[in-house]
Design a protein around this ligand. Structure first.
Ligand SMILES: Nc1ncnc2c1ncn2[C@@H]1O[C@H](COP(=O)(O)OP(=O)(O)OP(=O)(O)O)[C@@H](O)[C@H]1O
Ligand SMILES: [Mg+2]
Length: 282
């Protein structure tokens, strides 16, 4: 069954602001409302689960094991970095997580939904509404302006054109591109195109953010700002998996998954310490 059809818990408002809004009588002994306690338990539901996931390609007469028997979970509140050399299987892992590709073995679950059990329309809906994807090559629509690119997934989700544009402009200004909103991708630099792609991934409060080298074409301070933006979404109940070659990004992650020749060879960090990475690595 498509668990995604359940009523979703309210995750968009920070816990702290709702606690301060609640009347004293509505709060429990810990100063939390029943709803906040519910939200804390939601934080322990995995947003992404890989169970024995493999992806094998057959090219000519050879077999490529792009990913072999990957097992891991990513929880709400976590930023997980995926590192490894070129050809290790990082983009393959991300494409499988986002339902852009299907595994040849094992199962991928996103936000409680088993991707293998979804029909084409359900999978498209889940990808549109729950998954924000920053592609290695950006994948912007050349015939649409920056604002139109960012608004597109919201319009496809049924949001009015005017409201979708408002959301798009807010995301573009969050990535520092407010005054480039009406430019086309070929009128933007590589780094600016990448920021449009990031704004498009963040729009609409998606639960799972997947990014392939999101800071690659950016200078260090803009790259840091991008990680800050991801962190802000994560603190409101999202989870992020970020492929990166950069030490600085990996150091700011809650966990690092290291992959080589399609196999996870190391995973650092403890899922139980979700949300405390910034305290551990100031
Ligand atoms: N469509 C495909 N057909 C055949 N082989 C593929 C395909 N896509 C990826 N591969 C192979 O799978 C392996 C993993 O590729 P992948 O793109 O996941 O690597 P990566 O870790 O993202 O590398 P990079 O850092 O260069 O982006 C590589 O050996 C690659 O050649
Ligand atoms: Mg790649």
């Amino acid at each position: 069954m498509y668990a995604g059809r359940r009523r979703r818990p309210r995750l968009l408002m920070p816990v702290a602001s709702r606690v301060s809004d609640a009347s004293d009588s509505a709060r429990g002994r810990l100063g939390l409302t029943r709803e906040d306690r519910g939200l804390l338990s939601v934080a322990h539901d995995p947003v992404l689960t890989f169970r024995g996931v493999s992806r094998v390609y057959h090219v000519g007469g050879t077999t490529v094991h792009a990913l072999s028997d990957a097992d891991f979970e990513v929880y709400a509140g976590e930023l997980v970095a995926v590192v490894g050399p070129s050809g290790a299987g990082k983009s393959t892992l991300l494409a499988l997580a986002g339902g852009l590709d299907s595994p040849t073995g094992g199962e991928v679950w996103v936000d409680g939904a088993p991707l293998h059990a979804l029909g084409t329309a359900e999978l498209a809906e889940l990808r549109r509404d729950r998954v924000g994807y920053v592609f290695q090559d950006f994948n912007l629509v050349a015939a649409l302006t920056a604002a139109e690119n960012v608004a597109l997934p919201r319009e496809l989700a049924g949001v009015s054109r005017r409201a979708a544009r408002g959301e798009a402009l807010a995301e573009l200004s969050a990535v520092g591109l407010a005054d480039q909103a009406d430019r086309y991708p070929d009128q933007l630099s590589g780094g600016q195109q990448q920021r449009v792609a990031i704004a498009r991934a963040l729009v609409g409060g998606r639960r799972l953010l997947l990014a392939d080298e999101p800071t690659g074409a950016l200078d260090t301070s803009t790259g840091d700002a991008v990680i800050d933006l991801l962190r802000a979404r994560i603190s409101r109940g999202a989870a992020a998996v970020v492929v990166t070659h950069e030490r600085g990004v990996a150091e700011r992650a809650d966990r690092v998954i290291e992959i080589r020749d399609g196999s996870i060879i190391a995973a650092t960090g403890d899922p139980a310490s979700v949300g405390h990475a910034e305290e551990r690595t100031p």
